[in-house]
Design a protein around this ligand. Structure first.
Ligand code: ADP
Ligand code: ASP
Ligand code: MG
Length: 404
C-alpha cells in the first residue's frame, strides 16, 4: 500500500462531468489499496472571475481581502469533488488549507509555506477516508487566510507530499505531460518522458506554466519525484526527478513569458555611482531585475536596459522616475510590448554553439533580439511581443525538427 498525493488543476474540475471524471481517477487509486490525498484548484477560470468581481467593487482592494476572496474558489471545488466521491459510495472528507495544517508567511497574494502540520490529514487517512484538500491557500501566524500566488496549488500538493512522506506525487492537468514547448502553441512539441528538477525549474520560471516554479523547488529540495500527467487521457506522463536519472538532452524545451516589461535609462553620466544608486532604489522595493544590458560609454554617458516582471512595472517607474529626472541629461522610458523567449537544457553546459544556433534561427526569421541573458542551462532573449510566438516556433524548429 502506498500514500499517493494527486493534484487536479482548474480545467480538470471545470464542470460536473469533469468532477466525476476526476472522482473516478481518485477512487480507482483508492480501490487499488492506496491512501489517497487530493489537492484541488478552483474550477475553470474561477480565480480570474473572482479577481474581476473584486475589481468591480474596488480595484485597490487590500491584499488581505483579495486573499479571503480568492481562497473561496478552492473551497467550492473541494466540497463539490467530495460530494461526487460520496455519491460514488466512497468515504471522503474535504479540508480547507488551514484544516490541513498549511501554515504560511503573511505575504498576502504570494505567501510562502512555512510549515505543514499533517495531523488532521493523517487522522482522516487512519479512518480510511479519501482526503480532498483545498490548494493555493493557507493560514498565516495571525490566523488570516493567505494564498500562495497564481498556480499555487502545485506548491500545496508538493508541500503536502513532503509533509506526509508520500510515495508518489501526481500533478494531473489538461496536457499529457511536460513538452518541449507549450503544446497549445507548438503542435509538433514533443512530450518528455523525464526532465530534471533544474531544467523544469528553469522552464517553469521562464514561463512554462505547466508547473509552478516553487513546487519544483520544493520537490528538488526534498527529492520528491513528480509525475505530470493528463486527467483526460490515460497515458504515462512526464517524470520530474534528479538529473542523474534523466537522459541528458542538449535542449529540453523552449519557454515564453509575456509578462515582462523593458525599462530603458539613457544618458546616465559615467560617474558618481549612478548605476549602483539606480539599482539600490529597486532593491529597496524588492523589485527583481532580470535581463540586463549596459552600453559602452559614449561621450561621458552610458545607457542601461533591463526587464522586470510586468506586474512590478508601476512600482519600478515610481521608484525611478523622480530620481532619473534629477540626473541631468538622463531619461527613462519603458516598453510593455516585449516578451522573453528562452531555451533550457543541461546539455548546453558541455556543448558549444547552442546560443549561436538560437540566434541564427531568430536572425533567419528576421526577429530582432533586443536583449540577451544566459546562465549555465538557459539562454533568454527579449523580443517584440508580437513576434514572440513566431520566435518560439522558429527556435523550436531549429532544435527539434529532427526529433519528429
Ligand atoms: P492546471 O490548471 O492544471 O494547473 P495550467 O494551465 O496551470 O494547468 O498548466 C497547464 C498548461 O501549461 C497547459 O495547458 C499548457 O498550455 C501550458 N504549458 C506551457 N508550457 C508547457 C510545456 N512546456 N509543457 C506542457 N504544458 C505547457
Ligand atoms: N486557482 C489558483 C489560480 O488560478 C491556483 C491554481 O490554479 O493553482 O492561480
Ligand atoms: Mg497550474
Amino acid at each position: 500500500m502506498s500514500l499517493v498525493v494527486q493534484k487536479f488543476g482548474g480545467t480538470s474540475v471545470a464542470n460536473a462531468k469533469l468532477i466525476f471524471n476526476v472522482a473516478n481517477i481518485i477512487t480507482r487509486a483508492y480501490q487499488e489499496g492506496n491512501d489517497v490525498v487530493v489537492v484541488v484548484s478552483a474550477q475553470g477560470d474561477m480565480t480570474d472571475e473572482l479577481i474581476e468581481k473584486a475589481n468591480e467593487i474596488n480595484a485597490n482592494a487590500s491584499k488581505r481581502e483579495m486573499d479571503v476572496l480568492m481562497a473561496s474558489g478552492e473551497q467550492i471545488s473541494v466540497a463539490l469533488l467530495a460530494m461526487a466521491i460520496e455519491r460514488l459510495g466512497f468515504p471522503v472528507t474535504s479540508l480547507l488549507g488551514w484544516q490541513a495544517g498549511v501554515m504560511t508567511s503573511s505575504t498576502y497574494g504570494s505567501a510562502m509555506i512555512t510549515r505543514i502540520d499533517p495531523g488532521r490529514i493523517k487522522k482522516e487517512l487512519d479512518k480510511k477516508n479519501i482526503v480532498i484538500v483545498a490548494g493555493f491557500q493557507g493560514l498565516s501566524q495571525y490566523y488570516d487566510v493567505t494564498t500562495l500566488g497564481r498556480g499555487g496549488s502545485d506548491t500545496s500538493a508538493v508541500g503536502i507530499a513532503v509533509a506526509l512522506s508520500a510515495d508518489l506525487c501526481q500533478i494531473y492537468t489538461d496536457v499529457e505531460g511536460v513538452y518541449t514547448a507549450d503544446p497549445r502553441l507548438i503542435a509538433k512539441a514533443k512530450k518528455l518522458d523525464a526532465i530534471s528538477y533544474d531544467e523544469m525549474l528553469e522552464l517553469a520560471t521562464l514561463g512554462a506554466q505547466v508547473l509552478n516554479n516553487r513546487s519544483v523547488e520544493i520537490a528538488k529540495k526534498h527529492n520528491v519525484e513528480l509525475e505530470v500527467l493528463s486527467s483526460f487521457v490515460d497515458v504515462p506522463g512526464t517524470i520530474v526527478r534528479e538529473a542523474a536519472n534523466v537522459e541528458k538532452m542538449l535542449i529540453s524545451g523552449v519557454a515564453k513569458d509575456d509578462k515582462v516589461a523593458k525599462i530603458s535609462i539613457t544618458g546616465i553620466p559615467d560617474s558618481q555611482g549612478w548605476i549602483f544608486r539606480i539599482f539600490s532604489k529597486l532593491s529597496a522595493r524588492d523589485i527583481n531585475v532580470d535581463t540586463l544590458l549596459q552600453t559602452a560609454v559614449h561621450g561621458d554617458r552610458r545607457d542601461i536596459f533591463f526587464t522586470v516582471k510586468e506586474d512590478r512595472l508601476d512600482d519600478t517607474i515610481e521608484a525611478l522616475s523622480k530620481f532619473c529626472e534629477s540626473i541631468e541629461g538622463a531619461s527613462l522610458t519603458y516598453d510593455k510590448n516585449v516578451s522573453k523567449v528562452s531555451i533550457v537544457g543541461a546539455g548546453m553546459q558541455t556543448h558549444a554553439g547552442v546560443a549561436a544556433k538560437m540566434f541564427e534561427a531568430l536572425f533567419t526569421a528576421n526577429i530582432d533580439i533586443q536583449m540577451i541573458a544566459t546562465s549555465e542551462i538557459k539562454v533568454s532573449v527579449i523580443v517584440a511581443r508580437e513576434l514572440a510566438d513566431e520566435a518560439v516556433r522558429t527556435v523550436h524548429n531549429a532544435f527539434f525538427t529532427t526529433m519528429d
